[in-house]
Write a protein that binds this ligand. Structure first.
Ligand code: FAD
Length: 287
């Protein structure tokens, strides 16, 4: 199917893009991996598209003090391959690595993924666990939104009309991270997503962050499990009841790919295995 007719603009700087978007008739396009299918199905029919592909300032990956700044137009594959990200936040590279297939990763962008806010998007739990912030710009202002407040629900974010997502700011996490994506085939959207960040010092869990994705509510931290285990020996059994309770309260996506109850079981199993793996691991110490 073909999309409805639209005008197409390709500005070379952010101000020009914001001006074009100000009237509310245009829509930004990044990698087009989510927007173009929606246009072809005529679920959306924007009068014009503002292609962000030529705006160099949105393509940068940089470290500013103890924060990693990833521009909105950085592609998933650039995140996988970036030396800076590998050193600063390897868990972000692991997250991008399991997005779709190479074609999708080559075109799709971190900004497009966050703005689209598919509930099963890989970045959501990882950025929540990393306590990242999203930088949003409009012709009048620039504001910073904590990841915890950015996703409001499926395909719904804190972005207002005329605003652009400019970058994602990720504070340094001095620990390790593991990402689990459960899907029927590797390139499919996730049925269950969990990101675990942890720090082990002298056999004790100095820090633990667990964030879950593929939820109808936006990503969620398993705060009670974190609290139960933080500061103690690596003993997953100690948190099993709390994990059960906390998972029972989650509201996973409920669709043809997996019902909510099934997805709860998937999440429970993923977290349990991750914690058991952590307890078994010999090489957990350090950063
Ligand atoms: P676009 O499609 O260009 O835009 C998406 C939306 O965001 C549009 O509404 C657009 O107006 C808006 N937008 C884009 N950039 C900005 C900006 N800077 N500011 C404000 N609004 C903006 N994702 C996963 O996470 N995991 C997967 O396993 C996965 N599998 C996939 C498999 C396939 C076959 C496909 C086609 C996609 C898959 N995706 C997956 C989605 C993929 O990650 C997309 O790249 C992403 O959802 C959208 O990014 P994009 O750059 O293509 O954005």
């Amino acid at each position: 199917m073909y999309p409805s007719n639209f005008e197409y603009y390709r500005p070379s700087n952010l101000n020009e893009a914001l001006e074009l978007l100000a009237n509310g008739e245009c829509r930004p396009i990044a990698g087009g991996q989510s927007l173009v299918p929606l246009m072809k199905l005529r679920i959306v029919a924007p009068k014009c598209l503002v292609d962000l592909g030529r705006i160099e300032s949105l393509r940068t990956i940089a470290i500013e003090g103890d924060v990693l700044k990833v521009g909105a137009m950085v592609t998933h594959e650039e995140i996988v391959e970036s030396q800076i990200i590998e050193e600063f936040s390897p868990v972000l590279a692991l997250t991008a690595e399991s997005i779709g297939d190479l074609q999708v990763r080559n075109r799709g962008t971190i900004g497009g993924s966050l703005a689209h806010a598919d509930p099963s998007a890989n970045y959501l739990p990882t950025l929540l666990a990393l306590e990242a912030e999203v930088v949003v710009v409009s012709p009048l202002a620039r504001r910073v939104v904590p990841m915890a407040d950015f996703v409001k629900g499926p395909y719904t974010t804190d972005l207002r009309q005329g605003e652009l997502l400019e970058a994602v700011m990720i504070p340094r996490y001095r620990g390790r991270g593991i990402v689990e994506k459960f899907a029927i085939r590797k390139a499919d959207f996730a049925i269950g997503l969990v990101t675990m960040l942890y720090k082990v010092i002298e056999g004790k869990l100095d820090d633990l962050r667990l964030a879950v994705g593929a939820l109808a509510t936006g990503p969620v931290r398993l705060r009670k499990v974190e609290e139960k285990l933080r500061g103690g020996e690596l003993n997953p059994k100690a948190a099993e009841d709390v994990l059960k309770e906390e998972v029972a309260l989650l509201q996973p996506v409920d669709d043809i790919h997996g019902g909510a109850e099934y997805r709860r079981r998937v999440i429970f199993t993923l977290v349990k295995r991750m914690l058991e793996g952590l307890a078994r691991g010999r090489d957990n110490e350090g950063q």
